[in-house]
Design a protein. Structure first.
Length: 255
């Protein structure tokens, strides 16, 4: 959160809440306090791109958060109801063809829509039918032996915030946010940070499995063409101890 000290403004006595006051934001963005109030109250729904960029600079927003601000200000026609998410047959066959490579398909609402046996063995989070966000925030006891890092959790919330910016009128998204907010103080704390980010591509992740120990795995996130689904694949470096541990996990102790 940006405070007066961060932008070179005097504190001006005691503050009831942290952060900048309304008139300070307006001053930094070089707009009138009255116009900023109209924006804040929704009485002016069409600010220019220049005004939005000025506000983003005043609040020191990063690129993702600035894009989120522009999306919020953009009016869009109502969308038709979304159809149930179905994983393409070819993708299901591909996932099943990797018996030693954990792979699963995640939908737009963080539901695991399809998973192979290796993914289910790697973590209960990756089993078909699981909503990753509900499991993390509403049923943390089920993940006691499969710790999830704070960075992963924060990224998941930031991705949900970015999705809500695009589809604020999606009733299922609204219900999901309300359910998580009412059931998890941890989610409310992260949601109130207003972090926005779409995590794509891949990286390296260390997981601790109760049966085979530590696994250092690479993961890839691949958008499935023509859908809002993501194919997630975990794999180990060839010849590494993690590859051997993953093989034991997927094939059994004697492999």
């Amino acid at each position: 959160m940006v405070g007066p000290d961060d932008v070179g403004l005097p504190p001006h006595g005691r503050r009831r809440v942290p952060g900048l006051r309304r008139e300070e934001v307006a001053l930094l963005a070089q707009i009138s306090a009255d116009y900023y109030l109209r924006l804040e109250q929704g009485r002016d729904r069409h600010p220019s791109a220049q005004v939005l960029d000025a506000l983003a600079r005043a609040l020191r927003l990063d690129g993702d958060a600035t894009a989120h601000l522009h999306r919020l200000a953009r009016s869009a026609p109502p969308r038709p109801p979304r159809q149930p998410e179905r994983v393409p047959v070819g993708i299901r066959q591909l996932v099943d063809s990797w018996p030693d490579t954990p792979a699963f398909v995640q939908g737009r609402y963080a539901d695991v829509l399809y998973a192979n046996s290796a993914a289910t063995a790697l973590s209960p989070l990756f089993a078909a039918g699981v909503n990753v966000l509900r499991a993390i925030f509403l049923d943390p006891a089920s993940l006691r032996d499969y710790p999830v890092t704070e960075n992963i959790v924060a990224n998941a919330v930031a991705s949900l915030r970015a999705l809500v910016a695009v589809d604020a009128d999606d009733p299922r998204l609204t219900e999901l946010v309300a359910e998580l907010s009412s059931g998890s103080e941890r989610f409310r704390r992260l949601w109130d940070r207003y972090d926005v980010g779409v995590r794509s591509g891949g990286g390296v992740r260390t997981l601790r499995h109760p049966r085979v120990g530590e696994l250092r795995l690479r993961y890839e996130k691949l958008q499935i063409s023509g859908t809002s689904q993501t194919l997630v694949v975990y794999h180990a470096d060839p010849g590494s101890p993690s590859e051997q541990a993953l093989r034991r996990l997927t094939r059994g102790p004697g492999s």
